[in-house]
Design a protein around this ligand. Sequence first.
Ligand code: SF4
Length: 459
Amino acid sequence: MSDTKKGKKLFVKTYGCQMNEYDSDRLFEVMGEIGFSATDDMSKADVIVLNTCHIREKAAEKVYSELGRIKLVRNKRLQEGFDTTIVVAGCVAQAEGREILSRAPVVNIVIGPQSFHRLPDYIFSAEQHKQRIVDTDFPVELKFDHLPERTTKKLTTFLTVQEGCDKFCTFCVVPYTRGGEYSRPVDEIASEARALAKAGTRELTLLGQNVNAYHGADAQGQAASLAQLIEKLADIEGLQRIRYTTSHPNDMTDDLINAHADIPKLMPYLHLPFQSGSNKILKAMNRTHDIDKYIDVIGRMRTARPDIALSTDIIVGFPGETDQDFEETMQLVRTINYAQAYSFTYSARPGTTAANMDGQVPKELASARLQELQALLKEQQFAFNQGVIGQKLPILLEKYGRMDGQLVGRSPYLQLVHVMADKSLLGEIIEVEIVDATRNSLTGQMAGQMGKVDREALV
Ligand code: SF4
């Protein structure tokens, strides 16, 4: 099969979360094995993949309208004598399944997030036997078993260590689109991380829908915690920074909290969604934690790592939310004080329990509450950034800036930092004195290039 594919081009459009970004990277690697190379130009692609996300409102409708545009591209290519195979992958594929083939005759293959390692075979069947294929099974362990060695060359990248969720929050589609919780074995993750570090990765973000529920098998077949996994990955040469996302308050164990104090490569940043500051709403959301538990976790984390930067997810206008419930959300934000946050108005996802709940909050009221909340979050983000002015921070330089001679990097707290520095420093961690801060980014001056030993002392 590989000979017939030499010189063929693959275009992937990725929607949504970091896990989809990771999946798309792996998709390029899988297809690279059979001779495909990447293109940014859809009209040059022999295979077009939409790697979809089901989290946002009207996600499926957006995919169908994109498929309308793709049909025009495919027809034009046909007139020029080229065939195009069209694939819908990811969570919309999982949720809609066969329906996509009926509503969009242009689509050849529908493939769920757990099956994309099979894409080369399906493309062969679609091209040679003119078959239309749907695969939305949940054989999650097989996917990782069949993926090739990592070849992605990125200074900062993602590594999925855990997929799926058993928690069934009443607003969320993840348990239906990604299946039950599955943790990859420690050695498999370590070998992927080593390959990435060898290819140049300096900062790795470990991904999972419930990453801190990680319980993959170690070499002895015992369940390892996320903290134990991080400890092992921290030994990898070349890898300088480790992060993880997304966590659930119920799975913030003592060993993970202590890891933030004990493992220098683990960055002082925690994204810990609380969703609502009202215990009544948390119960309706089936979050299985309450506000006292959340405040307690944050308190223990701040004791272990006083400078930790905190981030969260908040849903406003969940069914049944009163003014008082919303005020409790505002109060919790004031109590915790976030470095950044993601906040949304509730919108119903078909198939979830909350979609049929009584007490749906009018859109205008939810939007007004969101505005009030975001004004507070913006103030806190600005204050957090202002708080590092005058500090010298280790910055990992990741890319070129818009200005000549400017590089852009990240602080340990995930802040974007602009600095004038020689381009040869790309990929290095340098010490930068922060001289200015807006809500979205920092400006710094180079305080010196640091050797490896200094670097490790600083992170
Ligand atoms: S814990 Fe997260 S992924 Fe799981 S159901 Fe709740 S919101 Fe969705």
